[in-house]
Structures are given as C-alpha cells and as structure tokens.
Design a protein around this ligand. Structure first.
Ligand code: ADP
Length: 505
C-alpha cells in the first residue's frame, strides 16, 4: 500500500470514528426517547430521553423485555412487523412507565443489520401522544360544545320561526282588521280582514308610504281619520259607510324604548250599531204610540177635575188629582224616551250652526224662573262680559242640555236654597256652569251619574219622578259637539255641573 492510500485510509478511519461519536451524541442528546432492542425483544440500550419518559434508570431497563413497558398483545404484532418489513412508521401503542400511568404513544422502529445483512436488532422510538390526545379530547369537547351551541341556536331559530308562524296565524285569523305601520309610517303588515273590509290588495299597499295610501280612494277616509302622523287612540268610532262602522284603536309599539311602529286595530261594530239603531227606533215608535193615549187621559182627567162633566166630591177630586200627577210623570218619562231616541238616532247628524249661547240660556231660563219662585229657590244668571257669545252648535239639542241641568238643580235643591247659572269664555272655549246648594251626590255614586237610567239613592227618595236619562243625553250631546261635561259635588253641600264647548274657529 502506498503512503497515499495509507493516508486516505487513516483519514477515512478518523471520519468513521467521528461519525460514530456524532451518532452516539445524537442518540444521547436526542429529545426523542429511543432504545435499541434485540431481535427477541430485549432492551439493549436506552437514551436519556427514554429514561426520562419511562422513569426507569438505564440499568433497570437494559436487559429487560419490552413487555415491561408495553402490553404483550400490542408489542407482539409490532415486533413481527418490524422484523418482517424492516420498519414500522408510527403505530399507536400504550406505554407504561414506572409510575404505571398509561401514556398513549406513537411508535417508530427501524431494524439494524450487520455487514452480512443479518438483523442484529432494531431501534424503537416513541412519540408521546398524551399531550396531543389531551388536546384532541379538548378539541372534541370544544367541538361538542360548539355542536350544542349550534343545536341550541337551531332550536332557538326554530322556536323563533314557530313563534313567527304563530303570530302570523294570529294576525291572519284575527277577526279585527289590522294594519301595522313601521316607524317610517310605511305599511308593513296588513291582514286579510283589512284587505276584505277596505277592498284592497295586500300586494298593492304593503311597503307604501302613508301619503301614497292617502291618495288611494279605498283608504282615503281611514288615513284621513288616523291622520298622517298616526296618533295613539282608543276605541274611537270610524264610519266607513252607512252600514260599516268600526271602533278604532291605535297602539304605539315600543321595545326597550325603541319605536317599532303603530298597530291600527279596527273592530267591526256595524252589527251592534244596527241593533242599537233598531232598539232606538223601537223605543221611539213605542213612545210615540204611548203619548197619544196619555194625552187623551190627561185631557179627560182635566175635564173631570174642572167639573166640566158634573160636580165631584172631595174624595173623588183627591183620587183624580193623584191620577193626574201619575199621568203627568208618565208623559214626562215618555218625553225623555223620545228625546233619547232622537239623540241616539241623530248621533252622527248634529245640525251645527252659529248660535249665541247667551241668548240660548236666556230662552231656557225665562220659562223656568216661575218654577224656582214657586219652590222658593233663589235663582241667578251670572251673565258674561260679552253681550253675545257665538258657538257652533245644534241649538235645539244644546237647549235640552241646559234645561236638564237647570231642572236637576231645582229638583235636588230644597226650599231656601240657591241655584246659579254662569257663562264664561275660557281658554279651551265657552264654559257654562250650573251651581246649586242642594243634596249633592255621594262619592261612591259619582262614577255612574252619566249612565243611562241611573239615579242616586238620595235622589229617588226626594223625588220619585225622574228617568235617569237627562244626564246621559247631555253627555251624548256635549261630546257630539266635541265638548266636555263634568261635575263636582259634596253630599249635603251642593253640586256644580259644567260643560265646555270648543271655541268657534
Ligand atoms: P233624573 O234627574 O231624571 O233622575 P238625570 O240623568 O238628569 O236623571 O240625573 C241622573 C241622576 O243624577 C239623578 O237621578 C240624581 O241622582 C243625580 N243628579 C243630577 N243632578 C243633580 C244635582 N244637581 N244634585 C244632586 N244630584 C243630581
């Protein structure tokens, strides 16, 4: 061998030693747990990383079977595959370190052969999967939680959908007509009843502005009634046609202070109104029929009392007088019923004209003054500063109201008492007051004073004649004029009834 070759060989040997050292260092310092195992499964060498993972010192594990740290049934197939194939690339095996606490690992093997190609053993390396497994389990939990949330969301969505369908069904099947305007005053929802009553098509009106709806002939009167501003109202009467009357309510919908829009509900009261009209017509007809015979009785009684049909004795006269008074009460009642019928029939038809209310009061007072004098009740008319006050009113009906208030004041005030009528022009309009020093109205009965046929217990005792219709009519008439009627009263001290009519514009 020449020196050159010798030199090269020595260099090669040096390289090999360096390589071996390098490999050994790699084996020792590799963070991956590695061991070298004999073909029969005995551990021949372990690196520090393997010592650390297994918890065994090198001397405790070298010479031991792999079954010490793996399950027999799992390691068997691994060894077989390694020796057969020459390697195993990542197989999941349970690893049991000294603590006995199972670790899931991924195992890699590689056989090592000698120069003759005989297998002298194999390297076995582990990858601790417990961290990954933990993360995986964590991921699975998160995934499950996410799925639950998704499921809940789906459930909530389904419920919302169900709720929406329910609301939709309610709106659709509601017997009242419904319109819902959004906060920009655009028609957002309309139900079939509304389409039906107003003969409109949902497709044509949904989404339209209130100004545009105002121009539609079929909705014009409703929008006129509601006003383009759509203010809240409660059970206000709206007449679409002679035989089509509704009670309208407008509800402002809000959620958490936010304005959502306005719901307009139209309740059809046409039938009730028709029945009411028929009832009024019946009362009117019967009252008319009764008045004629009662008048005949009145005149016959008067003739008897006046002795036109021959002399009568005192007893006969007393009885005839009582009969005459009862007949008079019946005539008064019939007159009240007739007035009531007239008012209810003409509820929608007040014939308004400019009226001087000072003059109107005087025309009621003049014929009544005699009655005040006869009963010994002082009466005064506190006239306003103005000579005349014009109001827009139905003179005949307004006269009925004033007459009724004066009659009541006289009826329920004892001899020696005082009654006054005053007229004032106030901010809100013209105010008329009838004040008396009479019996007053008990607090618990005050709520019912304007109801049809209501009379207080005290009033019935003092004055059996009375229909309980006067104030009911008065309220109807005043409210029909857009005015307001009310009273203040104290038992035993007196009562003040007032009404206010809007100023004439
Ligand atoms: P009527 O006087 O025919 O009974 P109204 O409808 O005019 O019927 O009055 C209803 C009831 O209100 C009366 O029965 C009476 O109980 C009470 N009332 C009305 N005005 C007065 C008054 N000035 N003082 C005391 N009670 C009154």
């Amino acid at each position: 061998m020449g020196t050159k070759e010798e030199g090269q060989l020595s260099l090669l040997l040096d390289d090999l030693t360096a390589l071996e050292e390098y490999i050994h260092d790699l084996f020792s310092f590799s963070p991956l747990p590695i061991c070298f195992v004999s073909p029969v499964g005995v551990v021949l060498e372990v690196n520090p990383a393997m010592e650390k993972v297994s918890g065994f010192k090198m001397e405790e594990i070298v010479g031991e079977s792999l079954e010490r740290v793996f399950k027999k049934e799992e390691i068997g197939p691994l060894v077989k595959e390694t020796l057969g194939e020459g390697f195993v690339d990542g197989k999941e095996l349970r690893f049991f370190p000294k603590t006995g606490q199972e670790i899931t690992t991924q195992v890699f093997t590689r056989t090592r052969k000698d120069e003759k190609g005989e297998v002298v053993g194999y390297f076995l390396s582990l990858l601790d999967l417990s961290g990954i497994k933990k993360t995986e389990a964590e991921l699975k939990r998160v995934q499950a939680a996410l799925l639950n949330i998704l499921e809940d969301t789906e459930e909530a969505r389904r419920k919302a959908e169900e709720e929406k369908n329910k609301t939709q069904a309610i709106i659709t099947n509601f017997t009242d007509a419904l319109f819902f305007f959004d906060r920009d005053h655009r028609l957002a929802i309309i139900n079939p009843q509304a389409e039906n009553f107003f003969k409109i098509d949902k497709e044509e009106v949904t989404g339209e502005s209130i100004e545009k709806l105002h121009r539609l002939p079929n909705l014009h009167s409703l929008i006129e009634f509601l006003g383009e501003e759509i203010k809240e109202i409660s059970r206000k009467e709206f007449m679409l046609a002679e035989d089509s009357i509704f009670e309208v309510s407008v509800i402002s919908m809000r959620r958490d202070e936010a304005d959502l829009g306005d719901l307009v509900v139209l309740h059809d009261v046409s039938r009730e109104k028709m029945v009411e009209r028929l009832k009024t017509e019946f009362v009117s007809l019967s009252a008319h029929q009764l008045r004629t015979p009662l008048s005949a009785i009145k005149w016959s009684l008067m003739m008897l009392l006046d002795g036109d049909l021959g002399p009568i004795n005192k007893n006969q006269k007393d009885i005839l007088q009582k009969t005459y008074q009862s007949n008079e009460r019946m005539i008064a009642l019939i007159n009240d019923l007739l007035n009531l019928a007239r008012i209810e029939e003409g509820k929608y038809a007040l014939s308004l004209a400019p009226v001087d209310i000072v003059n109107l009061c005087q025309s009621v007072i003049d014929p009544s003054e005699e009655s005040f004098k006869n009963k010994g009740v002082n009466f005064s008319f506190k006239k306003p500063d103005q000579k005349a006050i014009q109001v827009s009113a139905d003179a005949e009906k307004l006269k009925l109201v004033i007459q009724n208030l004066l009659d009541n004041a006289l009826k329920y005030t004892a001899k020696g008492g005082r009654v006054s009528l005053s007229l004032k022009v106030a901010n809100q309009g013209v105010r008329l007051e009838v004040k008396d020093s009479g019996i007053g109205i008990a607090e618990k009965e005050q709520k019912r004073v304007f109801s049809k046929f209501f009379r207080t217990t005290e009033a019935v005792l003092i004055e059996p004649a009375g229909s309980g219709l006067g104030l009911y009519m008065a309220k109807n008439i005043i409210e029909g004029h857009g005015g307001e009627i009310g009273f203040a009263s104290k038992v035993g001290q007196g009562t003040t009834f007032y009404f206010v009519l809007p100023a004439q514009s």
